[in-house]
Design a protein around this ligand. Structure first.
Ligand SMILES: [Zn+2]
Length: 247
């Protein structure tokens, strides 16, 4: 009778039916520590697997489960169990999101292109402007502060000139050659997240195409994009350039 009993418990969780069987899996949902979150995430996986098992349950088990809820106490208990299951699902969702963020791989649900329509696009969205060109000593670019993992986009269509995990002080860096308005323009993106580069040398990219993620690699102490613009070989103010052209 072990298997039918387990099926009853699963039906109570998944179908919202009531069983008098205790559900120990949801007993420990009070804390949200890392270890516990992982456990709950695993529980959610088990739950999902159980769902398949539940759909295989036969009609006899279904009818036995459905008339088990008779007293107010049992209904209260069922509500508490459903609330606990919902909390567990929320924790599992948060844990999965955190696991995605901490991973060096590219999350699947990020914006894959810069939303602009112009020939020149913002290489990053939702940032705070930091050091500008030549601010506080030698600084050939602009620092655009954002969370590590924020998508970075090609500022214009072009051909990838550099794509390296270790590009000197830039850390994980990409640079792209463009021809814009008949001029040779090069844009550079520094301090990206290890393993996040989406382009390789010689590759043609479209304006706004995802090239990697914000990081803090190389000579960097905080998550940000170091962005440079060179026109016909000369450094220009990338902030002024973006403001004049990007959209
Ligand atoms: Zn910088």
């Amino acid at each position: 009778m072990l298997k039918p009993l387990r099926s009853l418990a699963v039906l109570a969780m998944v179908g919202g039916l009531v069983a008098t069987v205790a559900i120990p899996a949801f007993a420990a949902t009070a804390g949200v520590g890392t270890e516990e979150a992982r456990t709950i995430q695993q529980m959610a996986v088990d739950d999902a697997q159980s769902f398949v098992a539940a759909s295989d349950a036969n009609a006899t088990e279904l009818s036995r489960g459905s008339y088990a809820a008779t007293t107010a106490e049992e209904i209260e208990k069922r509500k508490a169990e459903e609330a606990a299951a919902e909390r567990a699902r929320q924790v599992a969702k948060a844990a999965a999101a955190a696991a995605t963020r901490s991973s060096s791989s590219v999350p699947v649900n990020i914006a894959l292109t810069s939303p602009g329509t112009g020939e020149v696009r913002w290489p990053i969205l939702n940032f705070t402007k930091g050091r500008g060109l030549w601010d506080s000593g030698y600084h050939q670019g602009v620092d655009l502060l954002s969370s590590c993992g924020t998508p970075l986009y090609a500022a214009a269509a072009g051909v990838v000139k550099v794509s390296q995990e270790s590009y000197g002080g830039y850390g994980v860096g990409v640079s792209i050659d463009h021809v814009i308005g008949g001029q040779q323009v090069n844009t550079l993106y520094g301090h990206m997240t290890y393993g996040s580069r989406q382009v390789s040398v010689g590759q043609s990219v479209a304006a706004g195409q995802l090239i990697g993620l914000v990081g803090s690699t190389g000579s960097s102490t905080a998550c940000h994009l170091h962005f440079e613009v060179h026109i016909n070989g000369s450094v220009v103010d990338p902030w002024a350039w973006l403001q004049a052209n990007a959209g």
